[in-house]
Design a binder for this molecule. Sequence first.
Ligand SMILES: Cc1cc2nc3c(=O)[nH]c(=O)nc-3n(C[C@H](O)[C@H](O)[C@H](O)COP(=O)(O)OP(=O)(O)OC[C@H]3O[C@@H](n4cnc5c(N)ncnc54)[C@H](O)[C@@H]3O)c2cc1C
Length: 373
Amino acid sequence: MTTRRAEAIVVGGGLVGAAIALGLRDQGIDTLLLDEGDIAFRASRGNFGLVWVQSKGLGAPWYQRWTRNSAGAWPALAADLAARTGIDTALQQPGGISLCLSEAEFEDRSRRMAQMRDEAGNFGFEYRMIRADELRDMLPGLGPTVAGGSFTPYDGHAGPLPLLRALHRAFTDAGGAYIPNAKVAGATAAPHDFRVETAAGAFAAPRIVLAAGLGNADLAPIFGLQAPVRPQKGQVLVTERAQTILPLPMTSIRQTAEGSIMMGESQEEVGFDLTQATPVMAQIAERAVRAFPWIAELNIVRAWSALRVMAPDGLPIYDQSERCPGAFTANCHSGVTLAGAHARVLAPMIAAGSLDPSLQPFSAKRFDVQNAA
Ligand SMILES: Cc1cc2nc3c(=O)[nH]c(=O)nc-3n(C[C@H](O)[C@H](O)[C@H](O)COP(=O)(O)OP(=O)(O)OC[C@H]3O[C@@H](n4cnc5c(N)ncnc54)[C@H](O)[C@@H]3O)c2cc1C
């Protein structure tokens, strides 16, 4: 079998792999993006579309900084993608609200936000806890039992499918090669020398980036890396288009650019199971209607479940292999939010051959027993 060569291989064409592949291509690197077929579990096609900052990194301020830098990189990424592909990723960053439906939720949220600000140090963390009376002026039709919410100016949302399409189109327009139906089934790894076997042929490169979502758990050890990610199911409900306009996205309710209301999302530890469970859907709808009673009048037109790519502590994992330098791994459960950082910060590091020390806390070494002791 002939082997096709390139300067870099990215395994996985979801949001993480596509953002990194585009970033590498933009560094002038001849890049192949290998992707499994349509039956694969793909978080990138089932997510909620938030570009979300406010709840990221409690107890891990480096994650808050990484997330905020990514949200900051988003406007330029969205503008660049629109100019290059004509695809509007529907980015809006008006700030966002995490709703508290009860007094207990409000108090818990207040504590968390105060801790985030303390931990942010000189980087800062702007937020406001807002009581229901004031929130009612910001969010039309807010329910009478809502206690309030937290606001940060950093949050926003976007269309995850246009984002995925735009990343792919920009990558291929820039000369990158996207190879579908190319599940990596076998590989050999040596320092700066990688070869992978797929149904679409064999490919080799001195650099490889494992961005295969849940597939990374099995692939990483071949390259001297660890990616202990597990599936976490989330269910999402979508209504018909609403007349009411919600000017701000919330953690579990947002209005799409087309006017539908998206509601979600659950956090279920059920393995590789995509079954949609009616009790969970009912719970999502019930909370949404407590938040905005008018949502009860809308028909649900779509519902789905998808699997998050979750590390044991919920934070991203980024690493370069010590055994096989040139092999990198990237895993996260916020691939929309982190698209800016992946395309514009992480990819240039990979292109340069080493991850910045600021990414050290994201190494999977944090899960090693002696490190944890
Ligand atoms: C319900 C839900 C809601 C979410 N909401 C948000 C949100 O609001 N904001 C946000 O930022 N994030 C959100 N996320 C998370 C976000 O969707 C994920 O972080 C992101 O999609 C992960 O992208 P990925 O590319 O790592 O994984 P995936 O999208 O799963 O892509 C992995 C790709 O790798 C391919 N692959 C797997 N194994 C192999 C192999 N061996 N060889 C070749 N290819 C392979 C697969 O075919 C797939 O295309 C949500 C996720 C879920 C499930």
